[in-house]
Each structure stands twice: as structure tokens, then as C-alpha cells.
Design a protein around this ligand. Structure first.
Ligand code: HEM
Length: 424
């Protein structure tokens, strides 16, 4: 890391956010940043400059302070807007999603869906989540091997969100293929161009789904949103498409990483995995700790300063982009005792894995439920679950903001798994 100039004045850091080393293990680097340059200026792959906010308290400030906006179109001066990197026009449709908006639009859009994800409604989904979990593990059991991501961590949340939205479950592989191309795109203009065909196919698919539900509404979220558009005019056409897109993508691309990163962290900490096996009631705090320890979403989405704001002694000018590093805040020694230790019973644990403030993750109750059921059932069903390759051989997914694994080969004894099922 090279700091240019006195960092309090102008801490531009030459750092390759897409480097293999950072992807493999970003936490030592984050610790250095928190100590030496808690708010640092980095070049993003698309050549934009962003202030990265690495400490817990500062990240909370950025997430909650209304002087930071999510909707840049209302903040940037015409000169700043003219300097933005070129984006294929197809991406513009998606910009109308709630994560990129501020109140009152944000509240209007969020209000259309938040009830579907509230803890009471999600509580009624326990049996469905458990049934899919069992089905996936039943399929894996006779083989004595499975790929954690492909066979379990990915199909579980993908099936659930497809169910809720009203997307035929048989299409889940297709929409994951498109969404994978989008979330793993390098963030450069060239990367964006490369994923245009996937985005085009994804949007065409969503448009068709909307038409189907217009013609024949069902008891699903897409029908409810179509109704909100048609009957009450509560969202525009682009907002409708962007909402469906956001829910489908956010509804599975994150939870897959909670289960993937979480199970890997447990396998790397045998004393913690035993603790959870011996006391499955520990699962609620355990999932919170896994979310903190290796956070599925490392970067919160972009915020823009509405006025000059000073954070950790650094003056951020109006219109500049700021990104709270949730993955770093969740390892901040000022907030957590022994932050680099995995302690499944950690208390208190006010992690930021789901963000904070008005954009706090709408799907958090669902993600928690899926994570709790998936991890507990996996450990109970396969008592001798182990990695089938050395952990150094595992590859992380290419994504700037999300942290996950491409594949995690696992092995277990069929005999012990079968015995457990017969008596369990
Ligand atoms: C472990 C799984 C998940 C993690 C770690 C996660 C993380 C996050 C984070 C950090 C934010 C806030 C980003 C910001 O303020 O910049 C967020 C927002 C959001 N999440 Fe999640 N999420 C998860 C699962 C889900 C699921 C299952 C859904 C379901 C559809 C979902 C839908 C959303 C939506 C719609 C927003 C935007 C909320 C708003 O702008 O008001 N997420 N999520």
C-alpha cells in the first residue's frame, strides 16, 4: 500500500481492489487501513474515485446520515455527472431500484415489498425452507460427496426467492446464470459491455413474466407488484422491472455466500463446529457471528455527499462517492473484542452485515431463516462433514462488493449420514 501525501489531507491509495491477494484474504489489509488511513481514497476498476470508510463508527455514520444520498442523479453537479464513466443504456433501467433511491421514492418502493419479508410472514416459511433443505441433502447423501455451493448453498435461496416472486423453479438455473454474469463483472466499462447479453436476456425474461402475471395474476410478489403498477400507479414501468431484478438477485446472490462462507468458517474452526453440533440452539447467534466474521456483502452500495462532510478528519467534498466497507467495520477492534476470532456465542454482536439505517436489508429475516436451517441441518445430517480439498485450493468468486466461493467440495460418510436420517 502506498499513501500519497499526508493521508489526513489527501489519502489516495494505490490499491488494486480486484487483486487476487485481496480477494483471498482482505482482512489484514482492512486492519492496516483502519489503523493508518481509516477513510481512504481508492480508484475503482471503472476509474472512478471513491472514499472507502473502514471503521465501524464511521461506516454507521455514512449509512445513517441523511447528508449522504444514494441517488446520485439528485446530487451531482452537471460537470460531475459528465465525468461519470459511460454505461450501456440497458443498465439505466436498473438504476431505478430502491437501493439507488432516497426518500420519498425509496420509502414508496420499499413499502411495496417490505411486508412480504417481515419476520411474521417469513416465520411461516419454516416448513418450506426445511423441506427444500432436506430434499437437497437427500439428493447428495448417496454420493458421499457434494459441492456445497452448487448442490446446496445456491439452490436453496434461489428456489425460495423464485417461489416467492412467482418465477417457475425450473428457470432458476437460467436466471442464476444471468445474475452471476452481472455480479461477477469486473466493474469496468469493458466488463459491463461483456455482460450486456445476459442483462438483455434477464430483462426480457422479467418483461415476459410481468406480461404473464398481468394476464393471469397469482398469489406471488410479481403479481402484487404488477397490481401496484396497474391498479394504483404506485410505480413506473422501469421501477417495476428494477424491483423484480433487485429482489431476484439480492434474494439469492447474498444468502449463497452466507451459507458458503459460513460453512467454510466452521470447517476451519473444529472446536466451534463441535460446539454447534452439541448445542443446535446456538444457531441464532452462530449465524450472526458467521455474518460478521466473513461478511457476504463487503461493500455497502455507493453514497454521495450532499455537502462537505468531515469523516475521521477527512473532508469529503459535495458529490464525492463514499463506500462503507462493511467487511472491515465488522472486524473493527474498536467495536468487537477479539475481532478476528470466530466465537459462535459472541455477545454483543451488532454487526453491519445487513447494513444499517433506512436501507437496512429488507430480506434479512429470510436470509437468517435460510442460513439457520441450512447450516444446522447440514451439520446434523452429516456428522463427519469435511473439506474434500485443502482450503488453499478454494477459489473466491470475482466480485467487488460480494464475498463468496466458487465451489467447495465436501465429503462425508454415507453410512453415518444414513443412520442419522433413519433415527432422526
Ligand atoms: C445473507 C444474506 C444477505 C445479506 C448479507 C444482505 C446484505 C444487504 C445489505 C448490506 C444491504 C444494504 C446495502 C446498503 O445500505 O448499501 C441490503 C439491502 C437490501 N437487501 Fe439484502 N442481504 C441479504 C439477503 C437478502 C435477501 C434474501 C433479500 C430478498 C429479496 C434481500 C434484499 C435486499 C434489498 C431489496 C435491499 C435494499 C433495501 C433498501 O434499499 O431499502 N437481501 N442487503
Amino acid at each position: 500500500m502506498r499513501l500519497k501525501g499526508g493521508w489526513k489531507m489527501n489519502p489516495t491509495v494505490d490499491v488494486d481492489l480486484t487483486s487476487e491477494a485481496l480477494r483471498a484474504d482482505p482482512y489484514p489489509t482492512y486492519a492496516r487501513w483502519r489503523a493508518e488511513a481509516p477513510v481512504l481514497r481508492a480508484k475503482l476498476p471503472d476509474k472512478q474515485t471513491a472514499w472507502l470508510v473502514t471503521r465501524y463508527d464511521d461506516a454507521v455514520t455514512v449509512l445513517k446520515d441523511p447528508r449522504f444520498a444514494n441517488d446520485r442523479s439528485r446530487v451531482l453537479t452537471p460537470e460531475q455527472a459528465a465525468r461519470l464513466p459511460w454505461t450501456p443504456s440497458l443498465f439505466k433501467t436498473l438504476e431505478r431500484n430502491m437501493l439507488n433511491r432516497d426518500d420519498p421514492d425509496h420509502g414508496r418502493l420499499r413499502g411495496l415489498v417490505h411486508k412480504a419479508f417481515n419476520p411474521r410472514v417469513v416465520g411461516n416459511m419454516v416448513d418450506r425452507v426445511q423441506a427444500i433443505t432436506n430434499e437437497l441433502l437427500d439428493q447428495a447423501r448417496p454420493r458421499g460427496r457434494m459441492d456445497l455451493i452448487r448442490d446446496f448453498a445456491l439452490p436453496l435461496p434461489t428456489t425460495i426467492i423464485a417461489d416467492m416472486m412467482g418465477v417457475p423453479v425450473r428457470d432458476r438455473h437460467t436466471f442464476h446464470r444471468w445474475s452471476n454474469a452481472l455480479v461477477t463483472n469486473s466493474g469496468t466499462t469493458w466488463g459491463m459491455l461483456r455482460v450486456v447479453p445476459s442483462l438483455w436476456a434477464f430483462l426480457r425474461y422479467i418483461r415476459k413474466l410481468v406480461e404473464l402475471r398481468q394476464a393471469e395474476p397469482r398469489d406471488d410478489l410479481v403479481s402484487a407488484l404488477v397490481h401496484a403498477r396497474e391498479a394504483d400507479d404506485r410505480l413506473s414501468e422501469d421501477e417495476l422491472l428494477a424491483m423484480i431484478f433487485l429482489l431476484l438477485v439480492a434474494g439469492h446472490e447474498t444468502t449463497v455466500n452466507l451459507i458458503g462462507n459460513g460453512v467454510l468458517a466452521l470447517l476451519e474452526h473444529p472446536e466451534q463446529i463441535d460446539r454447534l453440533r452439541d448445542d443446535p440452539d446456538l444457531i441464532k447467534p452462530a449465524v450472526e457471528e458467521l455474518l460478521r466474521y466473513d461478511s457476504p456483502v463487503q461493500f455497502a452500495s455507493e453514497r454521495y455527499a450532499r455537502e462537505e462532510i468531515t469523516i475521521a478528519g477527512v473532508a469529503i467534498a459535495p458529490g464525492e462517492m463514499v463506500q462503507p466497507l462493511l467487511g472491515s467495520a465488522n472486524r473493527d477492534e474498536r467495536q468487537f473484542d477479539r475481532p478476528n476470532e470466530l466465537d459462535l456465542a459472541r455477545e454483543p454482536n451488532r454487526h453491519l452485515a445487513f447494513g444499517q439505517g433506512v436501507h437496512y436489508c429488507v430480506g434479512a429475516p429470510l436470509a437468517r431463516l435460510e442460513g439457520q436451517i441450512a447450516i444446522n441441518t447440514l451439520l446434523q445430517r452429516f456428522p463427519d462433514l469435511r473439506l474434500a480439498v485443502p482450503s488453499q485450493a478454494l477459489r473466491r468468486r470475482r466480485s467487488l462488493g460480494l464475498r463468496g466461493l466458487e465451489s467447495v467440495p465436501l465429503a462425508f460418510s454415507r453410512r453415518r449420514a444414513a443412520v442419522l436420517q433413519a433415527t432422526g
